[in-house]
Ligand binder design. Structure first.
Ligand code: AMP
Length: 402
């Protein structure tokens, strides 16, 4: 029996979806709605089936209206979504706190727990909840599952997740490292082991998820033992618009100079990282500017690759033995120049780049030479398939034994 899962990723003003066969990975439909709830502009909905994309504009005041539009797209352009054809709905939920180590079948208690975690993810969990409520109303008889971005990192040991801050912050305000991008790290680390021809339970991998948001994870035999994002997705690597690691004295220093908390927050979310260094967070443009000799772009590439190499080095120490390095997401999959800079800084680990392999080849490929002590791979991420599989694993009962 195939397990057809509707994967939903609800943001504050967007809704992404895929209809995925969790067994084969085949994608039956993909769609995106943008500008939900915006008064100045109508929402734009795109629905793609068999390579054909239809676009329409509509007034979409909230997520319930968004789901209604998605259902209409399936009815008009296919494939038909019936109670029998749809096995389950899988929701991406950003923050599962320390409550969820694995996906959860959605019921009143799980929804209340996701609500309770809103203070930890004030931008994301409310949008995820709006998507869940709208989908529950639309598919009342279909099982629905929450797949948490934080869950894969719940295996971090206390010495990796505890901040050295007062006990009252840790206990009352739930201040600790949680980590994000967990579905991507889970998928890519397991896929890397498969590509190596080995059992994931025996392979140690460092995954570099480098998109507009970026994080590293140290995965030991399938279990995550450290990751670079922390209490929020601001910590760690230099990202598109976020700075990554900073001196904790920065907010008080800036407050004394008259910078408001709102301006500080906005600058760290939206005006830092690559954009803060170069004026753009489009990595293609940064590489073009590096090629043209722009000093700001050259410095940004140095800062990004230096930070990445430091993380890989420290995670190699944490893992005790490193079997592979994996690059994934928009930049990790598509920017050979950055991969070359990172691997060039990892000579101490005996890593040697193969320039031709790095520059081109199939989407999944090794990019180091035969004499590299540790191989590096490009492994395209597939968060939707991972959510579909985790959702199916919770909702499809195994066939009864004969
Ligand atoms: P993501 O968040 O995974 O969609 O990744 C977005 C980032 O990937 C942006 O910084 C893009 O500029 C970058 N990106 C996408 N395609 C390329 C490419 N061909 N070369 C370099 N960077 C790319």
């Amino acid at each position: 029996m195939t397990a057809l899962v509707l994967v939903l990723n609800a943001g504050s003003s967007s809704l992404k979806y895929q209809l995925v066969d969790a067994d084969t990975g085949a994608v039956a439909a993909v769609g995106l709605l943008e500008r939900i709830g915006e008064s100045e502009a109508r929402a734009v909905a795109r629905h793609t089936v068999l390579g054909v994309t239809t676009t329409r504009e509509a007034d979409v005041p909230d997520h319930a209206a968004a789901i209604a539009l998605v259902l209409e797209a399936f009815t008009t352009h296919g494939p038909a979504l019936t109670a029998t054809s749809l096995t389950a709905v899988g929701h991406r939920v950003v923050h599962g706190g320390d409550r969820f180590r694995s996906p959860a079948l959605l019921d009143g208690q799980v929804i209340a727990a996701i609500e309770d975690l809103v203070p930890l993810a004030p931008l994301h969990n409310p949008a995820n909840l709006a998507g869940i409520r709208a989908a529950q109303a639309a598919f009342p008889d279909t099982p629905q599952v929450a797949v948490f971005d934080t869950a894969f990192h719940q295996s971090l040991p206390p010495h990796a997740y505890t901040y050295a801050v007062p006990r009252v912050w840790r206990e009352r305000h739930r201040v600790r490292r949680y980590g994000f991008h967990g579905t991507s790290h889970a998928y890519v680390s397991r896929r890397t082991a498969v590509l190596l021809g080995r059992d994931p339970a025996e392979v140690n991998v460092v995954v570099l998820h480098l998109g507009n948001g970026a994080s590293a994870a140290a995965v030991q035999g399938g279990v995550c033992i450290d990751t670079s994002m922390g209490l929020s997705p601001l910590e760690g690597l230099v990202m598109g618009t976020r700075p990554g690691d900073l001196d904790p004295a920065l907010p008080t220093h800036l407050a004394r100079q008259g910078v408001s908390l709102a301006d500080y927050d906005h600058a760290l979310q939206s005006d830092s990282g690559l954009r803060g260094l170069t004026g753009t967070n489009d990595f293609r443009e940064i590489i073009a500017r590096v090629d043209a000799g722009d000093p700001d772009a050259e410095l940004a590439l140095d800062i990004v690759s230096y930070r990445l190499a430091k993380y890989v080095g420290s995670y190699a120490v944490a893992l005790g033995r490193l079997d592979a390095l994996a690059f994934t997401a928009g930049i990790g999959e598509n920017a050979p120049r950055l991969r070359a800079e990172v691997i060039g800084r990892l000579g101490l680990l005996g890593m040697r780049l193969d320039v031709a392999r790095n520059d081109s080849g199939p989407p999944e490929r090794v990019i180091t030479s035969e004499d590299s002590a540790i191989p590096a791979w490009v492994v395209p991420t597939n968060e939707e398939l991972e959510i579909a599989r985790q959702t199916a694993a919770l909702t499809v009962s195994p066939p009864a034994s004969p």
